[in-house]
Design a protein around this ligand. Structure first.
Ligand SMILES: Nc1ncnc2c1ncn2[C@@H]1O[C@H](COP(=O)(O)OP(=O)(O)OP(=O)(O)O)[C@@H](O)[C@H]1O
Ligand SMILES: [Mg+2]
Length: 508
């Protein structure tokens, strides 16, 4: 390259740097100048992020190639240059063993590669490199020195941007940490789940807990309504007072009033003694009316009065009594439909529906399913004194593709069943209850579609495959040892490996 070209390049770059445009603008512009003035094939600027060098600008590389270009300090030419803080010339990259060609861009050409470090106060903060075709006039040393000069000119400006970038990263990190801390604070310890719908629940709980407001918890059966009711009570000022749970669905119509409000001696047949009701027991605490949608219309009216005035009469008594209770109600029923049908009082509905909290169905909490499964795995391993360490991938697939009509309670039961059912320390697909052995789960079976197999055979094949794969994992892909592990012959194992298309190389 002639001296005049060199001067022109340096001039243009100095102007660019002096303008103090942002690094995002400056780096590509510098590479463009190198490209147009020196006719190089490709140019790359990397910036250091921890142990890595990330391509921050490039010329002549496609986006795909850029995405692939991440270098580790000390690895490859770029990495070595960054580590040693000294530039390198590779006269012919096709002959250099250190050349990683990470981006995959350079193939089949005879080109030279020059890379120099970008140094700011003895610290390497990045690299600049170029690729150029070599012919008899090429003076690689001259190019090298030019690149070094350019690197020196740019170092300060890059460093300023580099600092700004790091500060931004730190800010993001800090704000993420604070967000996480806040979320963790909101989440009641006994409730598992991070999905956005559950985060909304936690937020609602934290907002309402301290007040005396009536809360109505809605959601399908087994979604954790009772758990949330407990969390509200435990996070309220009433936490040291009783939380009394009344399961309205479990009480026969004839008993519910006396259970709730108590009765005087002899007030009805069987009322041998005076009895204090649950409402009185809950005084100063919380009364949780579960399955509120299951009570009769006459009882609804009495409840309405109680919720409005907090006053009641014991059955057979004529003294008005008053208690200080906070009311939480829950239901899995569609109260609006019930109002339309005339089976639920609208006035009671409005009394209860002051602060509704909706529990999401488990099938809409896909991201929490595994979390909950692991949680219950730990819980029941401990309870049943077993060391179940993990859930196999096929079992995870079955768990996540199931519809979960019974929600978290069903998942909990399912994991307890599986823990009891497994004989090694893994929950496999065949350890799960029959309700999960669905077509979806067996769809992953490797039985070829041309064999007309019914569901049963597909399921068996799926289990067989899992058993053999598990044995191969344990024996590091050794079929003989796997046969021994399974208590069968090598012939059987080899036959199954072939038939079920198992790749033993994966386990070696
Ligand atoms: N998010 C969760 N984290 C941990 N355990 C949960 C969660 N949700 C529910 N459970 C567990 O699932 C079971 C059912 O929860 P809970 O009794 O609170 O549901 P529910 O909505 O009141 O059900 P139902 O309408 O049938 O009364 C309980 O054993 C509970 O501990
Ligand atoms: Mg319940």
């Amino acid at each position: 390259m002639s001296l005049s070209v060199e001067v022109a390049v340096l001039n243009k770059i100095s102007v660019l740097v002096a303008r103090r445009s942002s690094v995002d603008e400056m780096l590509p512009a510098v590479l463009k100048i190198l490209h147009s003035e020196m006719g190089l094939l490709r140019g790359t600027v990397t910036l250091r992020e921890g142990d890595h060098l990330v391509i921050s600008a490039s010329e002549g590389l496609s986006k795909d190639e850029v995405d692939k270009g991440l270098y580790k300090v000390g690895e490859g030419i770029t990495g070595i240059v960054a580590q040693e803080g000294k530039g390198r010339i590779v006269p012919d990259i096709s002959k250099d063993k250190n050349f990683l060609n990470r981006t995959g861009a350079r193939t089949g050409e005879s080109v030279a590669f020059i890379c120099v470090p970008i140094i700011h106060q003895d610290d390497v903060i990045g690299t600049i490199s170029i690729d150029r075709r070599v012919d008899e006039y090429t003076d690689l040393k001259a190019d090298y020195h030019l690149l070094e000069t350019i690197s020196n000119i740019m170092a300060d400006a890059i460093f300023a941007a580099y600092l700004a970038h790091q500060e931004r990263e730190q800010l993001i990190e800090e704000s993420n940490r604070l967000k996480l801390e806040l979320e963790n604070k909101l989440r009641p310890t006994e409730i598992v789940g991070n999905c956005s719908n559950m985060k909304k629940v936690y937020l609602m709980v934290s907002k309402v807990a301290a007040s005396n407001a009536t809360v109505l918890i809605r959601g399908e059966s087994g979604t954790g309504k009772e758990l949330v009711a407990k969390a509200i009570h435990n996070n309220s000022q009433r936490k040291d007072k009783p939380l009394i749970i009344v399961n309205c669905a479990a009480l026969p119509e004839s008993l519910i009033e006396s259970e709730l409000f108590g009765h005087e001696k002899g007030s009805f047949t069987g009322a041998i003694n005076r009895k204090v009701g649950l409402a009185e027991l809950a005084d100063k605490g919380t009364l949780f009316l579960d399955e509120i949608g299951d009570i009769s219309l006459p009882m609804q009216l009495k409840l309405l009065r109680f919720i409005q005035e907090h006053t009641f009469y014991r059955v057979g008594g004529n003294t008005e009594r008053k208690v200080d209770v906070r009311i939480i109600a829950a239901t899995s029923r569609n109260l609006e439909d019930m109002i339309a049908k005339g089976t639920f009082r609208e006035d009671l509905y409005y009394r209860l529906n002051v602060f509704p909290i909706y529990m999401p169905a488990l099938r809409n909490r896909k991201s929490d399913i595994i979390l909950l499964a692991e949680y219950f795995l730990q819980k029941y391993s401990k309870i049943h004194n077993k060391t179940v360490l993990r859930i196999s991938t096929p079992a995870i697939n079955m768990i996540t593709s199931y519809y979960w009509p019974g929600n978290v309670r069903e998942l909990e039961n399912c994991m307890e069943y599986a823990v009891l059912n497994t004989s090694d320390n893994v929950i496999s697909g065949y350890n799960l209850p029959p309700s999960l052995q669905t077509a979806e789960a067996t769809a992953q079976s490797s039985v070829t579609p041309t064999e007309r197999t019914g569901n049963y055979e597909a399921m068996v094949a799926s289990f067989e495959k899992e058993l053999i794969v598990n044995a191969l994992k344990v024996t590091k892909g050794n079929a003989t040892a796997a046969a021994k592990y399974l208590g069968t012959t090598q012939r059987v194992v080899l036959y199954k490996i072939k038939r079920l298309a198992i790749d033993t190389a994966l386990y070696k």
